[in-house]
Design a binder for this molecule. Structure first.
Ligand SMILES: [Zn+2]
Length: 303
């Protein structure tokens, strides 16, 4: 079942928005669900992020249908050592900001097959992973022996002030209420702790091309950004401004902010075309992914 709710911008709570169009691509899971006809892709006129309006909430049953093993397979989450180079680079930046890592703890939310955990452990952190999918957490425990938790992260999962570093990589664009999760993360981080957030750049050159191609090829009235009804079901799209906005609204001080080309990610199909698009995107300063590292200010936790 799908429940639709007319809500404000999930990033900044503004009600000012501009219609971008009805979502252009619809998978079989959504084909016969008439209620999705009401859903639009909009751009917030205040933070400039994209989101769907009205917002869609899924029943547990439908969520399982969407995020089943095929989903993780299609997105490469069950592949080993996926994009490890990028994670090592990001962890090096974390280490720079964290200083001494010995005895410090790191949590990766949505840890997949554990590449961030591996990069974190190699950098000297004592690592823990949490993921909703037990096939991946079991795999990590078997392969690396890292501590893992299976389930959704909630306010009760870990005590307050538990971790020195929290990683949230390519998760936030799937959430109906991202600010709620950032609040939980803020709580479980120690004062002065670091929060690593990575998300696709929804205003990348690649996304622009994808949107233009969809309009040219299929339907010029529709919107081919986000694709909420097609794997990977993104319901929010961040760009530079909106990514910074949600971090600051959640009480974090942004210390590192980079838009990366995405050239380190391997493409399974159309490799040459994808590479060219990424190079072009980097040249025009519209790379594929946003990588941020923010600090929980010490003052924020006093009292
Ligand atoms: Zn907004």
């Amino acid at each position: 079942m799908i429940t639709l709710r007319s809500e404000k911008c999930p990033i900044c709570e503004s009600s000012n928005r501009r219609l971008l169009g009805k979502p252009g691509r619809i998978s079989d899971v959504f084909k016969n669900r008439g209620e999705i006809g009401e859903v639009n892709v909009v751009r917030c006129l205040d933070c400039s992020g994209k989101y769907i309006h009205p917002m869609m909430y899924f029943s547990e049953e439908l969520r399982k249908e969407l995020y089943n093993l095929d989903y993780f397979n299609a997105n490469g989450a069950l592949e080993e050592a996926k994009n490890i180079g990028e994670k090592v680079t990001i962890m090096a930046a974390v280490k720079n900001l964290a200083g001494e890592t010995r005895g410090k703890t790191m949590l990766d939310i949505g840890c997949g097959t554990g590449e961030f955990l591996k990069a974190g452990a190699d950098a000297g952190f004592d690592v823990t992973g949490i993921d909703v999918d037990s096939t991946t957490t079991d795999f990590i425990t078997r392969k690396y022996g890292f501590r893992t938790v299976t389930g959704l992260l909630g306010p009760e999962t870990f005590p307050q002030d538990s971790f020195d570093v929290v990683v949230l990589s390519h998760v936030i664009e799937h959430l109906q209420r991202p600010a709620e999760l950032l609040g939980v993360i803020h709580g479980i981080l120690k004062p002065n702790g670091l929060f690593v957030m990575c998300t696709p750049n929804s205003d990348s050159f690649g996304e622009d091309l994808h949107h233009l191609y969809g309009r040219f090829r299929y339907d010029r009235a529709k919107c081919y950004y986000l694709s909420p009804f097609l794997n990977p079901y993104h319901i929010i799209g961040f760009n530079r401004k909106s990514a910074r906005r949600i971090l600051e609204r959640s009480g974090f001080a942004v210390e590192y902010f980079k838009v990366r080309s995405g050239l380190e990610w391997e493409d399974k199909t159309r490799r040459l075309i994808m590479r060219s698009i990424k190079v072009m995107g980097a040249l025009v300063n519209k790379g594929m992914s946003i990588v941020t590292i923010s600090r929980k200010p010490v003052a924020a936790s006093a009292g």
